[in-house]
Write a protein that binds this ligand. Sequence first.
Ligand code: ADP
Length: 708
Amino acid sequence: MLLDGIQNYAIFMMDTQGRILSWNAGAERIKGYSSDQIIGHNFSCFFPPEDIKRGRPEEVLRITAASGRYEEQGMRMRKDGSRFLASVTFTALRDQAGNLRGFSEFSHDLSENKESGAKYRGLLEAAPDAMVVVNQAGEIVLLNVRAEKQFGYSRDELIGQQVKNIIPEGFAERLIADGTRSAAEALAQQIGTGIELIARRKDGSEFPIEIMLSPLGSAEGILVTAAIRDISTRQDAEAHLAQMEGRYRGLLEAAPDAMVVVNPAGEIVLLNVQAEKQFGYSRDELVGQQVKNIIPKGFAERLIADGTRSAAEALAQQIGTGIELNGRRRDGTEFPIEIMLSPLESAEGRYRGLLEAAPDAMVVVKPAGEIVLLNVQAEKQFGYHRDELVGQKVKNIIPQGFAERLIADGTRSAAEALAQQIGTGIELNGRRKDGSEFPIEIMLSPLESAEGVLVTAAIRNITERKKSEEHLVKTVGELKRSNDELQQFAYVSSHDLQEPLRMVTSYTQLLAGRYKGRLDSDADEFIAFAVDGCNRMQGLIKDLLAYSRAGTNGKVLREVSAENALKEALANLRATIDQSGAIVTHDALPAIRTDEMQLTQVFQNLVGNAIKYHRTEVPRVHVSATKNGGNEWAFSVRDNGLGIDPQYFDRIFILFQRLHGRDEFEGTGIGLAICKKILERLGGRIWVESQLEKGSTFYFALPETREK
Ligand code: ADP
């Protein structure tokens, strides 16, 4: 009756084999068996199966028999199979002769401990994290409802189990002493530090956790309380952030401008490769430095609040306006820069800010052609809202030529395919949400990431550029047409003028021949003027015809001897050469693929001028040719004549421009214009070097074209 009064303790006696002989009410309450049910059974049924297997009950009795008394905290099982941590005291019962007669057990359920247990449980259940209490053997002795939920077990299934069942690695090991340190020391090192491990639910699924350990000195020895936090969402967030960082870094590097991110203290926290290049520093040298080092004035000041406005306001006023400042390179040299500021907040915000600050539309695309990220410029240019584009195929906004570039074909891998595109502007068409298309230029840059190779495309709307290009093409076309018309006009008019002019000339010559000396002296003079005018007009018309014809007759390109062309020209100039007594010499001249008639014409004009514009001494002309830079022949015609003032070097090649009056030298001002036209049509050019009174050298160069 006395023993039955003790409700908080299980008290019973066993024989030497551990068979139960007596049973109190406390034992019935704690262990769940009535005395009828248990008396005669072996006490080993109170042990968990794994302990029975390793012979723990027998061992306990042996130890008790040997030492008289034995205490332990151990896991026990109730009749219903649930487990609890018990504090147990065994005593060996001996008769007066000292023979072993049996054993008694005093035990209680530790979680029922009034002083610590209840308080403890309250705390446990109030904790925001899953909590389990583990003993030195790695057994779970206590847990809260959150732990049940997180691991998907009921309390009873976990109590007494090895913590390894729910945290397979890294927890139990931390409780254990090794050669160099005690369990207490081992544990002490872990306390207060979050340890990231993997937890396993009852259904076998795993999830990342962070545990915080704290030891609890108790009557039962050191127990360890672990607060367990499911960090899968945090890890997702971290992974997301890392992913975002990766994506944005690609964007940052793909941006055509130098970009730096500066904190409110004016320190550089991030920069791209263009910034490295422009300022001549390596990244490591700049990160953490004051931005003042690279932009001495006007930048840091803009980050700072003053009496009338906050820093945010100060900054807000600057946003989107280009500010002209000076940059300073590592070597101390300065250069003018324009900066655009934009504020950003978090880590992700930091990259997003960069992205949004980029002047081009930018999209990041997965290898499968899916858009994963874009900036506000992209929204604007394509007329979509961001949400409408993320996850969509890039083909929707760039129908052709982009997605194809991401794809491997028979002869090259995707990476190779891409490598060929990098850094080259590719002209494509963009399509807006409303279906309208516009010309774009894209620059691709690849970015290795956990998601595979992501491709960042900087997209520039080149509508304006295209317009001006088209305008140019149109203008050139119009110019050509009007030029052709002019040519036609010049040809037709000069050709048709010849007929009436021939008549006028013939009749004035007739007048001059028949009536010279038969009219008065004035009449003779007038007739002479008329004849002179006719001759000049004939010359002019002949030259104009030559000019309008120059280069128009289908070019007959043949391998011709420049020497022959020169000889032909000199034959045409025979009279002039004989009259002036000029001496014309030449070096060996090359064979060249060109139009022979036109080359002859050029030589004739240049040698003709060289003789015509002479000084008092005998005109000397020398013709030569050199290979110029490997792929063209430069011919020269050098004279010892009057020379030309350098200020007129360009003018003399213009139609009708002359430096000498007709009273000094006959001429129409067409000869050099013809040469220029011919040479330009043949893909060459003409120029002059000269000094007044020192003679002139006319050069012309022709490309050395090969037969195709
Ligand atoms: P033209 O000889 O019929 O006047 P060109 O077009 O051949 O017309 O020459 C234009 C002008 O360039 C000439 O009027 C002359 O003033 C100047 N010029 C051309 N060749 C020479 C030369 N070899 N020396 C000096 N002046 C020259």
